[in-house]
Design a protein around this ligand. Structure first.
Ligand code: PLP
Length: 394
């Protein structure tokens, strides 16, 4: 019996944290594995590695609507944010003096930027997790210098989609620079510089089904770095020193290509599964709260809370049953903190502590949702029964 349970395949519902490796990415990396040169070397071995990197650069730049010369490979989106969100990103007018960021941005934006604290301002979100454009206008009017805006195309916790184009127009009217964190949007919607109205955008390989350890920063023509983040041998046009990770870059390009090409069909399929899951849960749990349900959301993401049922307990119970989901709270130094995203939407701490997120992706199947719903409902019933009939001494 126990053997039968443990032999059951696990259900992975945490694509927003990291997606499983796509077979095309694995194949691209396997083809690169035995290339032994350094891309900076002029001999044949070096040139073979350089060719892999430049081919990947051309492919990813084309997907993002950038010139290949304006695409910088980095280790991931966190590094891209640390690189881009500084006064050293410049155009013909110079750099920016003030950074504005949506309050629900990823920590790599909120704490990874290079502006002094008195030159950094958070733009509030409304109750659906969407940036308040009137408040953004007010912040811009009061900004003590040329502004840069950091705004994510879609939120990793709730899936809420931001009005990127509108926000970008407002910032451009004040001669600002717009940096878009497109990590969760890439492969799930039109993701090029023009479609997003952005001057720079960052994406991450492992969210697309590529390997961990690669990401890209795409710049519009005319933008450049006065100073890079990692100084060394001058790689990546001086923006990022260090021998390039050709293996990961090759896998990244293959995954990105497949994710972008299959985006429309996949988004419809995932939205269907996600909506069916939400309808099933709502039918059995009338007090379930689904976050950002009344705004445009990523097709693959659902964040919800059953008031009174702690997310950590649910998460561990589901994990024991072979299902991987994520909680809305962040755990660092052994202390569980409620999500800053939900807090910025006005969600109270006691609800936020019950927030779970499921996120689907390229290998998700309708059967995963069936198993999740069945297991979730059984787990919740057990927890509620324990609460109604507490066992003496516990
Ligand atoms: N931005 C968003 C919206 C994310 O969801 C994440 C990862 O969770 C990041 C940035 C950081 O990406 P990476 O893991 O590539 O550093």
């Amino acid at each position: 019996m126990i053997l039968a349970t443990s032999a059951r395949a696990r259900v992975y519902l945490d694509y927003n944290a990291s997606a499983p490796l796509r077979p095309v990415a694995r194949a691209a990396m396997e083809a690169t594995l035995d290339l032994q040169g350094n891309a900076s070397s002029v001999h044949g071995e070096g040139r073979a590695v350089r060719a892999v990197i430049e081919d990947a650069r051309r492919q990813i730049a084309a997907l993002l609507g950038a010139e290949p010369k304006n695409l910088i490979f980095v280790s991931g989106a966190t590094e891209a944010a640390n690189l881009a969100l500084t006064p050293f990103l410049r155009d013909k007018t110079g750099g920016c003096e003030v950074l504005l960021a949506g309050a629900g941005e990823h920590p790599c934006v909120l704490s990874g930027h290079g502006f002094a604290s008195e030159r950094f301002f958070e733009a509030p979100l409304g109750p659906q997790g969407v940036i308040d454009l009137a408040a953004l206008e007010r912040l811009l009017a009061a900004a003590p210098g040329r502004p840069m805006l950091a705004l994510q195309a879609a939120n990793n916790e709730t899936g809420a989609i931001q009005p990127m184009r509108l926000a970008a127009d407002i910032v451009h009217a004040r001669n600002g620079i717009v940096v878009c964190d497109a990590v969760q949007w890439a492969g799930r919607g039109p993701c090029d510089l023009k479609a997003l109205g952005a001057d720079a955008l960052l994406i991450s390989s492992h969210k697309l089904g590529g390997p961990k350890g690669a990401g890209a920063l795409a710049l519009a023509d005319g933008l450049y770095f006065e100073r890079g983040l990692i100084r060394g041998g001058g790689q990546e046009r001086g923006a990022r020193g260090g021998t390039e990770n050709a293996l990961a870059i090759a896998g990244f390009a293959a995954a990105a290509r497949e994710a972008f090409v299959t985006c429309n069909r996949q988004s419809l399929e995932l939205a269907d599964m996600r909506d069916r899951m939400e309808a099933t849960l709502q039918a059995g749990l009338p007090d379930i709260e689904i976050f950002s349900a009344n705004t445009a959301r990523l097709p693959n993401t659902s964040a919800f809370a059953v008031p009174g049922l702690a997310a950590e307990t649910l998460l561990m119970a589901l994990d024991l049953e072979g299902i991987a989901v994520s909680s809305g709270s962040a755990c660092s130094s052994g202390k569980v903190r409620p999500s800053h995203v939900l807090a910025s939407m006005g969600v109270q701490d006691h609800i936020s502590r019950c927030a779970l997120r499921i996120s689907l992706g390229w290998a998700s199947q309708p059967g995963d949702i069936d198993r999740f719903c069945e297991t979730f409902q059984r787990t919740v019933s057990r927890m509620l029964a324990r609460r109604t009939h507490p066992v003496a001494g516990i």
